[in-house]
Design a protein around this ligand. Structure first.
Ligand code: CP
Length: 333
């Protein structure tokens, strides 16, 4: 759709601070580490009796989800509330977009209500970039997943989960498994893992679900789980994105499960202390065996908890980056 030349020209302010969060691609190791450190500092808020911090008091956050979501929408809403923001969840199915209103007009309407942040999920790749670049550059825009392109907060919650369980990224071999072709999560994970300096990133999937030239992103490519999972520290499963498949790319789900589903037997090929991640929603018996999803090496629910802290981190950082930019420009922050 609307792909900019350099996302950092849009998502960073003149001092290199985050003012939108659109993609992990091109961000420095220092900035990704700052997100992880800030998220770490928020993790204990959920365990307090009063689960609130005043960091976004007086700020209005609008969640605009043009695609379905459970985890991302609810954790963004809760993250904003934990930071004391006012939160507006626009119900797209009953909004004026169903009467033909353009994305731009919907956004400008919310802008006129003095919203300070838009959290956007959209089926078009580049939608969040477009808003941040062309519609409301003075409102912090957080990409909550755009088409096949990027899902940066998902990647960062995965990085936080890996760091909390494995520590040093530089010693790790991480494998991303399944429908790489349609996955915005995989793209954001690859950029984050490479920038944070993991020893090796592998992608594993059937040829039909691997993007052409994926190795240009600095990953090792495997079509065989038995080879790809050998000596792996972190297994990152993906959902089959059936809603983005416009032709038959798989013989059947049962065939996919037989070859690429993560069973106890296949997990035994990875290192004995390998951990398992999945962004959800999970399809049991298609991508992952129930006993693996619910087993001791699964971090799937830790990912959800860590997602709340990561979303608190990027929201507070982006609002602060926007305020800094306005001060630099001599505007009232
Ligand atoms: N992982 C993820 O984006 O899940 P939702 O679609 O439920 O938000």
């Amino acid at each position: 759709m609307f792909e900019p030349i350099d996302a950092n020209q849009i998502q960073l302010n003149s001092q290199g601070q985050l003012k939108h969060f659109l993609t992990t691609e091109g961000l420095s190791r220092e900035l990704l580490t700052e997100i992880l450190d800030t998220a770490d500092s928020f993790l204990d808020v959920g365990e307090r009796q009063v689960k609130k911090l005043p960091l976004l008091r007086g700020t209005t956050v609008a969640n605009l989800f043009f695609e379905n979501s459970t985890r991302t929408l609810s954790t963004f809403e809760l993250a904003a509330k934990r930071l004391s923001a006012d939160v507006l969840n626009l119900n797209i199915s009953t909004s004026s977009t169903t009467k033909g209103e353009s994305l731009r007009d919907t956004l400008m309407t919310l802008h006129a209500m003095h919203a300070d942040m838009f959290v956007v999920r959209h089926s078009d790749s580049g939608a969040a970039h477009y808003i941040a670049q062309h519609v409301t550059p003075d409102v912090a825009v957080i990409n909550a997943g755009d088409g096949r392109h990027a899902h940066p907060t998902q990647a960062m919650l995965d990085m936080l989960t890996i760091r909390r369980h494995k520590g040093d990224f530089s010693k790790l071999t991480c494998a991303i498994v399944g429908d790489i072709l349609h996955s915005r999560v995989a793209r954001s994970q690859i950029h984050a893992l490479r920038t944070l300096g993991v020893a090796e990133v592998r992608v594993i999937g059937p040829q039909t679900l691997l993007p052409r030239h994926i190795e240009a992103l600095g990953v090792m490519v495997y079509t065989d789980m038995n080879e790809g999972l050998k000596d792996v520290d972190v297994v990152m499963m993906l959902r089959l994105q059936k809603e983005r498949m416009n032709s038959a790319l798989l013989p059947s789900e049962s065939e996919f499960y037989k070859l690429y589903g993560l069973t106890e037997e296949k997990l035994a090929i990875a290192k004995p202390d390998a951990v398992v991640l999945h962004p959800g929603p999970i399809n049991r018996g298609v991508e992952i065996e129930s006993s693996v999803a619910d087993g001791p090496r699964s971090l799937i629910l830790d990912q959800v908890t860590n997602g709340l802290a990561v979303r608190m981190a990027v929201m507070s950082m982006a609002v602060s980056g926007q305020m800094q930019e306005k001060q630099n420009n001599g505007e009232n922050a």
